[in-house]
Design a protein around this ligand. Structure first.
Ligand code: IPM
Ligand code: MG
Length: 356
């Protein structure tokens, strides 16, 4: 089994190093190959997603991704910016299904900015469509407005669109995920305003006929944002489009107190996937050895479960993470009085030790 390791920028290399250590401690025969991506790809080969990196990602059975982005690349033209690497990988590998679980570990209930009773025991799964919507819709750009009240003025524009098959396939992923959980699915849309999302709602309702055992509700995105902070435990699985999913998943992440704990999986139609922490490259703390490696380590566990058919090894990792939390070990982002503050390397080493 070949795993492409793409550490990227900022804290990416530090946290990925710890996840690799954990993978190597499992006693499996993985072939690991590393390649530069994001700002690191631009620095090495003049492009955020160098040809060799894309080739490696395509031929591997799974991709472990760190994070991309750094201040020094902010002034590059859009096509060369680090973010294009992750967008390009999603599109080129057909990774249309993004799974972002938000789980609150009981030991971390105090780390949330919400009252503990609102979030303790939280276990929700956000499924975000990842290769369509306004993120990729054409045409887009800046032009001279051809008509309307602002005719002749410069305007920026993007196109929101979803094809029927795109909605159907993500709906199937979501209903099937709900079947394996509490059998409740919330489809988030903006059908009261947007044609694209009235269509989304209609298609999800049709796909529901194949899954009569799952309870489906529809919710407008503004209400969903409110319900997520009001009573997040009422949700089981949420499915939504690319743009709304981007926003809601950050909100959901913060319910758990630290975005440093949350893994994610981006899957294609055959469960090949890219696995990355839900957080970004955090250039402000890069190289300081204080970043939380647990989201990346938990992403490696998701990789074992979804792409490499090694559910037992995934559980070993997840149990090891629970064990180090129970031991009171905390990186700075989840530190509270009475616990033990550790750095990135110590946290990774503790997980390796806890694998048993
Ligand atoms: C995410 C990120 C990306 C996105 C950026 C880095 C392009 O915010 O994975 O949520 O918007 O999808
Ligand atoms: Mg985001």
């Amino acid at each position: 089994m070949k795993i492409a390791i793409l550490p990227g920028d900022g804290i990416g290399p530090e946290i990925v190093e710890q996840a690799v250590n954990v993978l190597q401690a499992l006693g499996e025969k993985f072939e690991l190959e590393t390649a530069p991506v994001g700002g690191a790809g631009y620095a090495a080969h003049g492009h955020p997603l160098p040809e060799g990196t894309l080739k490696l990602a395509k031929e591997a059975d799974a991709v472990l991704f760190g994070a991309v982005g750094d201040y020094q690349y902010d002034s590059l033209e859009r096509a060369l910016r680090p973010e294009q690497a992750i967008l390009g990988l999603r599109k080129n590998l057909g990774l249309f299904a993004n799974l972002r679980p938000a789980i609150l570990y009981p030991e971390l209930a105090g780390a949330s900015t919400l009252k503990p009773e609102v979030v303790s025991g939280l276990d929700i799964l956000i499924i975000r469509e990842l290769t369509g919507d306004i993120y990729f819709g054409q045409p887009r750009g800046v032009r001279i407005a051809p008509d309307g009240a602002f005719k002749g003025e410069r305007e920026g524009f993007d196109t929101m669109r979803y094809a029927e098959s795109e909605i159907r396939r993500i709906a199937h992923v979501a209903f099937q995920a709900a079947q394996k959980r509490d059998k409740r699915l919330t489809s988030v849309d903006k059908a009261n305003v947007l044609e694209t999302f009235q269509f989304w709602k209609d298609i999800v309702t049709e796909v529901h006929k194949d899954y009569p055992d799952v309870a489906l509700e529809h919710m407008y995105v503004d209400n969903a944002a409110m319900q997520l902070v009001r009573a997040p435990k009422k949700f089981d699985v949420i499915v939504t489009g690319n743009m709304f999913g981007d926003i809601l998943s950050d909100a959901a992440a913060m319910l758990t107190g630290s975005i440093g704990m949350l893994p994610s999986a981006s899957l294609d139609a055959n469960n090949k996937g890219l696995y990355e922490p839900s957080h970004g490259s955090a250039p402000d703390i890069a190289g300081k050895g204080i970043a939380n490696p647990l989201a990346t380590i938990l992403s490696a566990a998701m990789m074992l479960r979804f792409s490499l058919d090694k559910a037992e090894q995934a559980e070993r990792i997840e149990n090891a993470v629970k064990k180090v939390l129970a031991q009171g070990l905390r990186t700075a982002d989840i530190y509270e009085a009475g616990t033990t503050k550790v750095g990135t390397k110590e946290m990774g080493a503790a997980v390796v030790k806890a694998l048993g």
